[in-house]
Design a protein around this ligand. Structure first.
Ligand code: PGA
Length: 247
């Protein structure tokens, strides 16, 4: 039995650290047992949110880590700095790839840093709208998985989580279908297996406009073990409804 997991990616929200703490408390009050649930606040809110959630079963994730261990990297966060604040980190989110011009070589280094720091990685992969329309989704995803796993020690990948996040579905209100996501998740598992990992044991989440309305088909889809939720994770009631769908 694979773990079922729902992670709220708060991105650059909510507006203040106090708001983030309040949101974290509201989410913690609402989540049922039986599903692993985490939230990923902005880096600056990690200490306060992790403090507020210390005696709850809600996990805290970072949204990114830097690929180097330390040094002259203004504005960046080293994986080691997250110890005690986060149980894991999102790695390779398409918005970070876009805004920091990260290629797969950098994502591979970030993944390696994450696992050597003892953090649980949530590796994001997914095709762009153009790649989707050209019929290249599976090719792109399989290539990403192979390249992104190239640097991490295999032993550190035992707790790997992968999120399939088609870029065209993120923040658009237009999620993929469960049927489509199932096909791509199958391609991801084949790529994980090809990379020498126990693919059947690795949870794979779907992300991209998951809402209380759209979640049912992903929860019912073959091979999908949870969701990475952006916009809808900022509403504690809606987020709790999404979590319950995977319970
Ligand atoms: P969304 O974001 O749910 O707002 O589409 C998902 C994500 O980017 O992780």
């Amino acid at each position: 039995m694979r773990e079922r997991m729902v992670i709220g990616n708060w991105k650059m929200n909510p507006p203040t650290i106090a708001d983030a703490v309040e949101l974290a408390r509201s989410v913690a009050d609402r989540i049922p047992a039986g599903v692993l649930v985490g939230v990923a606040p902005a880096a600056v809110a990690l200490p306060a949110v992790s403090d507020a959630l210390r005696d709850t079963n809600l996990d805290v994730y970072a949204q990114d880590v830097h690929w180097e261990e330390r040094g002259a990297f203004t504005g960046q966060i080293a994986a080691s700095m997250l110890r005690g604040l986060a149980t894991g980190a999102i790695v390779g989110h398409s918005e970070v790839r876009r805004d920091q011009c990260d290629d797969d070589a950098r994502v591979a280094k970030k993944l390696a840093r994450t696992v050597t720091a003892g953090l649980r990685p949530i590796l994001c992969v997914g095709e762009s709208a153009a790649e989707h329309e050209a019929g290249n989704a599976s090719v792109v995803i399989v290539r990403q998985i192979a390249a992104d796993l190239a640097e991490a020690p295999r032993r550190g990948l035992q707790r790997l989580v992968v999120a399939y996040e088609p870029i065209w579905a993120i923040g658009t209100g237009n999620p993929a279908t469960g049927e489509w996501a199932t096909l791509e998740v199958r391609a991801i598992r084949a790529a994980l297996k090809h990379a020498g990992l126990d693919a059947e044991a690795i949870p794979i989440l779907y992300g991209g406009s998951v809402s209380a309305r759209s979640v049912a088909e992903f929860a019912a889809a073959d091979g999908i073990d949870g969701a990475l939720v952006g916009g809808a994770s900022l509403d504690p009631d809606e987020f709790a409804a999404i979590v319950r769908a995977f319970g």
